[in-house]
Design a protein around this ligand. Structure first.
Ligand code: NAD
Length: 496
């Protein structure tokens, strides 16, 4: 298939074009966008065309010192954490409204930066606006407790901010990250947002809007650069008090190892290989469409992609045929083209990784129900692939591919579905599709994951906590649990 590659820039809204004009996507230090100390830069590549569309700063140790120093000073002098709780709420609400007013620019930046379909980035914008609004209400509601103690003494558990939080993020949902930044600030912390090197753009706009909303400069800083050059230096910096990481399991392990040297606490939201489990009592066409959507949306570059589709043997062939049928209407194209239903992968490296897994699958001897390959001349496009006859011990069933590649595995009964569903190192999420209420309860109990969806998939809302178990990490984001994660308990004893 050949993909037309018109310049993506012609699709941009005038306000985005204005924002991009002459812009360096630099670090944000003390509220100002700055170059790297040594002046180095890196290109920002549009995955739909493979063309360079902007320039970002490329950081090194000196930049890490500068951003952490800025966040440290802002925390230590109390310019943010000592504001009244309702004052903090008003400024965070203003921040949320500004995100809302800049939806178009955020959506355009995510589409040109990450190659996410413009229709998909609307979901990220909604999530960012809703989540910042939700966390804006927290500062006046972070309560401690008063534990009972013997007479003559009073004790308190106070919930206090962690301090300087390093927020290290991946590239697959850039604007959703404002949710995390808002939670970090709502808990009274300062932050350094380490943007992913593939997507440096929207982080800068977020930090600029935070200052416009009245959040003091220095509270929300941004660090640009590669994981190798600035990631570890940020995590082990003596000025960093807590690391909130979202990304791959391999990087999560590297961060935990590095943070051990300074005993810096970390929370890790890592990858997944989530089972999408289909019993034989479902509406086959509707569930097959949901299964394909769970892997094709975001081009499969979503941590909760239901990339292991477990289907009860009695409906296996009909279900696979229905998924293949549902996938025939997929149209690859530029992330901005309204006719596109599948965009490019984020980078050439990601495209090569996905293509190599398709070869691995074929070499493992599976059947190919939908045979997709590389597509397009300039952009990083890969057609969807459905493997059947997959055994759960194969690499394509065990390893996170992060692309539009699905493995279908048959099962016989509930016990078999649970055994296969749990037989993977990850434990991020699972979907269960059945009309049998009691069976769904047993599956919820038996699945060893952080989130279970029943007859829906990838539902999410800022009030609901999210995170994984096993190699999908630990710690929780969103909901009240995130506020707990971002504070610690200070115990106080007072004599009468
Ligand atoms: P990645 O682990 O390669 O990189 C994530 C971030 O870590 C980037 O900003 C990178 O620069 C930085 N980094 C890399 N090495 C580092 C180091 N040694 N020290 C500190 N920072 C370092 O992940 P990615 O390729 O950007 O994103 C894809 C992965 O993220 C997938 O595995 C996906 O499942 C996962 N993910 C998980 C969730 C979740 O909520 N569980 C959400 C989105 C993505």
């Amino acid at each position: 298939m050949t993909i037309e590659a018109p310049s993506t820039l012609s699709y941009l809204a005038p306000e985005t074009t204005g924002y991009l004009s002459g812009k360096l996507f630099g670090h944000v230090v003390d509220g100002a966008v700055v170059e790297s100390v040594d002046g180095r830069t890196m290109p920002v590549i549009d995955p739909s065309t493979g063309l360079e569309v902007a320039t970002a700063a490329r950081g090194a140790q000196a930049d890490v010192d500068r951003v952490v120093g800025s966040a440290r000073a802002a925390f230590d002098d109390g310019r943010w954490r000592n504001l009244g709780p309702l004052e903090k709420e008003q400024r965070l609400h203003r921040f949320s409204r500004l995100i809302d007013e800049h939806r178009t620019v955020f959506g355009d930046l995510d589409a040109v930066d990450a190659g996410l379909l413009r229709s998909y980035t609307r979901f990220l914008e909604d999530f960012g606006v809703n989540a910042t609004a939700y966390f804006a209400g927290w500062p006046s509601k972070i309560l401690g407790t008063i534990p009972p103690v013997p007479a003559g003494l009073t004790a308190q558990h106070r919930r206090v901010p962690r301090g300087v939080v390093a927020l290290v993020v991946p590239w697959n949902g850039p604007t959703a990250v404002v949710a995390f930044a808002a939670a970090i600030m709502a808990a009274g912390n300062s932050l350094v947002l380490k943007a992913a090197e593939n997507t440096p753009m929207s982080a800068v706009l977020m930090a600029e809007l935070a200052v416009e909303a009245g959040i003091p400069p220095g509270v929300f800083n941004v660090l640009q650069g590669t994981g190798a050059e600035v990631g570890e230096a940020l995590v082990t910096h003596p000025g960093t008090d807590f690391v909130m990481f979202t990304g791959s399991a391999a990087t999560g392990r590297a961060i935990q190892r590095a943070a051990a040297t300074t005993l810096t606490p970390v929370s890790l939201e890592l990858g997944g290989k989530s089972p999408f489990i289909v019993f034989d009592d479902v509406d086959i066409a509707a569930t097959a469409a949901a299964a394909t959507a769970s892997v094709w949306s975001g081009q499969g570059q979503v941590c909760t992609a239901g990339s292991r589709v477990l289907v009860q043997r009695s409906i296996h062939d009909e279900f696979v045929a229905s998924m293949v049928e549902a996938s025939r209407s997929v149209r690859l194209g530029n992330a901005f083209d309204p006719a596109s239903t599948l965009g490019p992968l984020v980078s050439r490296a990601q495209l090569d990784r996905v293509a190599s897994y398709v070869e691995i699958g074929k070499a493992e001897g599976v059947d190919v129900a939908l045979d997709g390959g590389l597509a397009g001349d300039g952009g990083f496009f890969h057609e969807p692939v459905i493997f059947t006859g997959v055994r759960n011990d194969m690499r394509i069933a065990q390893e996170e591919i992060f692309g539009p590649v699905m493995s279908v595995i048959p099962f016989d009964d509930e016990a078999d579905a649970l055994r296969i569903g749990n037989d993977v190192e990850f434990g991020l999420a699972a979907g269960v599709f059945t009309n049998d209420l009691r069976r769904s309860q047993r599956m919820i109990d038996g699945l060893d994951v952080g989130t279970v969806w029943v007859n829906t998939y990838q539902a999410g809302y800022p009030t609901v906590s999210y995170g994984g178990v096993k190699q999908s990490g630990y710690g929780r984001t969103l909901g009240e649990e995130m506020i707990h994660e971002l504070t610690h308990v200070k115990s106080v004893w007072i004599s009468a």
